[in-house]
Write a protein that binds this ligand. Structure first.
Ligand code: MAN
Length: 382
């Protein structure tokens, strides 16, 4: 849509038509209601071709869902890098980890026992596999927009049988001078939450699985409350319950208890099929602000917000009725797995939240929100 009477390529100027301002106002208010984000003009800021494969013979198919932190005066992303070998006609091949080494599994695409309708997962004779193997990679930037791979910091790969299908979607919570990493461990045994911490991004203290399958989307709060650590996480309960956000408490960040469900999916809504926490909740004057993802039965992933009580974050004060960000741009609608906006990393500076997000499960993007604007939208939702 354009307003006014711009000349066409041949210099013909169409007759000026009066602009119907009521339509314009309606469009603006509807748009503002739906999407509070300001996308960066450089989006996507990272594409699979910008990063080098971990091993010869591998191709990076997707960059996804980075954890974000500040370290040594730079902005860092801990990317999820999803790889597989270059695909040959009539064959579907992907790596798995076995005894610390990559092994390639292959299936004929015309095998009647193969179900490859979801580009992320295949089913073969009752067993599920991922079509790519993910590891975590560090990239850093002086301006928060242009990122380069760090030569001084090695990639983080899955280790042991609980991570044989890789590690994914790592949240990074900074507490004092320590960085606490919660990530998805994937293997045929199931999908659970792994935890490790580091101070220098060179040595990592891996502390194993802190939430057993099926569980993911774990974000640790950046400070203790009532002398305890808190974390949001997302267990799945297939028969009774569903894919809901829970909160738990711990004295040592490893053993978690006092589990409570704080938010469920909503029928007929943009978040009707699954919801999960993004990065660590943000302390605001009104409460803890959590940007979370919600998906519908069509696997369309949007972002919304939850406001949790400052002293007792298991109390939800308010929740977005409508998404605060939806997959509307070309790079968010089309890609490895389209119609996806997924965030688990952000930086907060005064009123500005800068989220880094995976779009279409393929490229890395960034967008800004105003804390005040999200809080105002939550007042309407209340
Ligand atoms: C799941 C996870 C995410 C991914 C979304 C959308 O929630 O595997 O990593 O981005 O699905 O595919």
């Amino acid at each position: 849509m354009h307003f006014g009477n711009r000349a066409d390529n041949f210099g013909h100027r169409p007759e000026a038509k009066p602009v119907d301002l009521s339509v314009l106002e309606l469009t603006i208010s509807v748009k503002q209601h739906m999407d509070l984000s300001k996308r960066n003009i450089h989006n996507p800021i990272l594409n699979p071709e910008d990063i080098s494969p971990s091993t010869e013979g591998m191709k990076i198919e997707c960059l996804l869902n980075p954890g974000v932190f500040r370290f040594e005066n730079k902005t860092w992303l801990l990317l999820r890098v999803a790889e597989r070998p270059e695909q040959k006609d009539g064959e579907l091949s992907f790596p798995v980890l076995k005894n610390g080494k990559m092994e390639i599994l292959s299936f004929r695409t015309n095998d009647p026992d193969l179900d490859s309708s979801d580009p992320r997962i295949i089913q073969y004779r009752g067993t599920s596999y991922l079509t790519t193997l993910s590891h975590l990679r560090l990239v850093c930037s002086d301006d928060g927009v242009h990122f380069k791979e760090s030569r001084d910091h090695a990639p983080i790969f899955g280790e042991g049988p609980q991570e044989s299908f890789g590690i994914e979607d790592c949240r990074v919570t900074t507490i004092g001078k320590s960085y606490h990493l919660t990530y998805t461990k994937v293997s045929p045994q199931g999908v659970g939450v792994g935890y490790m911490f580091t101070r220098n991004w060179k040595q990592f203290d891996r502390r194993g699985m802190i939430f057993p399958p099926h569980n993911k989307d774990c974000a640790i709060f950046g400070e203790k409350l009532n002398n305890r650590y808190y974390a949001l996480h997302r267990p799945s309960s297939p028969e009774l319950g569903g894919n809901y956000i829970w909160i738990s408490q711990s004295n040592d960040l490893i053993h978690w208890g006092d589990h409570q469900c704080i938010a469920t999916t909503r029928d007929q809504s943009w978040d009707s099929a699954r919801i999960g926490a993004g990065a660590a909740p943000i302390r605001t004057s009104e409460g803890w602000l959590e940007i979370y993802h919600g998906a519908d039965s069509d696997h369309r992933y949007c972002l919304g917000a939850l406001l949790l009580d400052l002293n007792n974050p298991s109390l939800v004060l308010s929740r977005s009725e409508e998404p605060i960000m939806e997959p509307t741009e070309e790079y968010e609608r089309n890609g490895f797995f389209g119609k996806v906006i997924f965030t688990n990393g952000q930086l907060v500076d005064g009123d500005t939240i800068t989220i880094y997000y995976g779009a279409s499960d393929e490229v890395i993007c960034m967008a800004e929100f105003s804390v005040k604007e999200i809080l105002a939208s939550l007042k309407i939702s209340k």
